[in-house]
Ligand binder design. Structure first.
Ligand code: GLA
Length: 382
């Protein structure tokens, strides 16, 4: 008896189940390549995460940095909506924290000093009298180890870093993980942070992406419409350290409870706007539940129709309107990033919390696990 029908049937079954699998599997993927060597010879890798909806995220192991994020506009055309550099040298020399993972303590600690369990710790003062974004060599300037943990339904990149006890003045050996997840079908990038310590320490991790949802970084972000789900913000002194007050936003240029253009009130005669040279403040988010992700901010760019929703587990968000960009940073494609061509929405605990017992605590103890999650969700509007 001929074996042909059996062979044919086996082939047909193979083809039926295997070919469609490869056809769809090929549409979402993660690719790793070399991004060069740092000035002291360390190798840096570049991971490209792609989903089925036209979203592409690129992350490098230097600083666990998000270097590019391509999302579609209302016509389906994808463009890069974050600022950054083309080269590793750009990130090594850059002073603007483009896309970087910020730690051990995001934002400012007054006078570079805090006291924990009776000991006073001294941190590098790299922002006038204060310590900013983890000190002189923060997590955004460290080499992280990347591992592809992709699943059938998502591309997953896990990055780890161990911060030695005493690094930049902070106590305790801190083991940190940052995980970027791009679902195959949803237009959102999720960032999860976990950390453990062997000694009491303070921690406040965030991502410092600058968004320009127009996809054209030569344009200012002042026409972007912003909503912040916050009734209060933490006013600052002239060095951008919170005074400790929680102030109602109602009746001030800090009220974004209804969407408003960023540029609409930015030039008002307001002491807080003067201190920040625009917006550079922490808003205390309205939370309806104690745990889990909640909407913190929503941004609409009217020309492209792109919408970014930021969801977070954190109690605060730093909205920074790119006031220190001055056209000297030479970014992707040679673009000189001018004043207010990018905006940051840094999910966080409040700045200078270690010196404000009334603020939500940023202390991490041995045996505990620090957890923080943020989702950047993209859509479009007509
Ligand atoms: C944060 C700070 C700003 C500025 C930027 C980086 O958003 O709050 O004051 O330092 O980082 O330039």
């Amino acid at each position: 008896m001929s074996r042909l029908p059996v062979i044919l049937s086996v082939f047909c079954h193979w083809a039926l189940f295997t070919i469609p699998f490869y056809a769809t599997a090929a549409e979402h993927k993660i690719e790793v390549s070399d991004f060069g060597k740092t000035s002291d010879g360390a190798s840096v890798s570049r991971y490209v995460l792609i989903n089925r909806q036209g979203v592409e995220a690129v992350v490098i192991t230097y600083g666990a940095t998000l270097v590019s994020l391509k999302v579609p506009d209302r016509a389906g055309k994808s463009a890069d909506v974050v600022l950054g550099y083309d080269t590793l040298e750009g990130y090594e020399q850059g002073k603007s924290y483009f896309g970087g993972t910020i730690g051990r303590y995001g934002n400012r600690i007054a006078h570079g000093e805090f006291t924990l369990d009776g000991t006073t710790f001294h941190l590098p003062k790299n922002d006038g009298p204060n310590s900013l974004h983890g000190g002189t060599v923060g997590f955004n300037k460290r080499i992280w180890a990347g591992v592809d943990r992709s699943r059938a339904d998502a591309e997953v990149l896990e990055l780890s870093y161990t911060s030695a006890a005493g690094e930049e003045g902070y106590p305790g050996t801190l083991k940190v993980k940052v995980t970027y997840t791009l679902p195959a079908e949803a237009n959102e990038l999720r960032i999860d942070y976990t950390a453990t310590t062997d000694k009491d320490t303070v921690i406040n991790l965030t991502n410092h992406s600058y968004f320009n949802l127009s996809g054209d970084a030569s344009r200012e972000i002042v026409d972007h419409q912003l909503l912040l789900r916050a009734q209060q913000f933490t006013p600052v002194d002239a060095t951008l350290i919170p005074t400790g007050e929680l102030r109602a936003v109602r009746g001030t240029p800090f009220d974004f409870t209804k969407p408003a253009a960023i540029g609409e009130r930015i030039h008002q005669d307001d002491e807080q706007l003067k201190f920040g040279k625009g917006y550079d403040h922490n808003w205390a988010l309205e939370r309806t539940k104690k745990v889990g992700l909640e909407l913190a901010a929503e941004v609409l760019e009217p020309t492209s129709g792109r919408v970014l929703e930021v969801l977070t587990t954190e109690p605060g968000i730093q909205f920074y309107s790119g006031n220190f960009l001055d056209g000297t940073a030479k970014g992707k494609g040679g673009q000189l990033y001018a004043h207010r061509t990018g905006l940051c929405l840094e999910t966080q605990h409040f700045p200078d919390s270690p010196n404000h017992p009334g603020f939500p605590s940023t202390v991490l103890k041995p045996g505990e696990t620090y957890r923080s999650s943020t989702v950047l969700r993209f859509s479009t509007r007509k």
